[in-house]
Design a binder for this molecule. Structure first.
Ligand code: ZN
Length: 125
């Protein structure tokens, strides 16, 4: 289900981001947000049933939770690399609700190409 991704006790990303942020405070930190690393099947989404279908709603909700956890850890740039429908809006709304809407930048990455889709008005380094 990918729950370890946003759990500071189980994810190496969160303590690593905090360590890097503390050690190199002027370094810009970008975090890949995806579920494939955190699921037993290796797909970028949650597959809750035996039918093998990805639950897009659960997946986008989890991706948004991961993005907020990374932002709380100190990540400056959220870079979702999955292809779930609606995940950009879900992540954007979750960051706004957690007061990171104006402090965390956002890029979309796919197939080794980067496209900036939202740039905040202010980034705190
Ligand atoms: Zn993935």
């Amino acid at each position: 289900m990918g729950t370890a991704a946003e759990d500071p006790a189980r994810s190496p990303v969160i303590p690593a981001v905090k360590y890097i942020r503390d050690t190199f405070p002027s370094l810009l930190i970008a975090c890949d947000v995806c579920l494939c690393t955190w699921t037993s099947h290796g797909h970028c989404g949650i597959i809750p049933k035996q039918d093998g279908l990805i639950d897009n709603e659960q997946s986008t909700k989890r991706l948004a939770q991961i993005a907020v956890a990374y932002a709380k850890a100190g990540c400056h740039v959220i870079a979702p690399s999955d292809m779930m429908d609606g995940r950009i809006l879900a992540i954007k709304e979750a960051l706004k609700e957690s007061n990171f809407g104006r402090t965390v930048s956002f890029i979309f990455q796919a197939q080794l190409r980067f496209l900036i889709i939202l740039v905040p008005t202010k980034i705190h380094l």
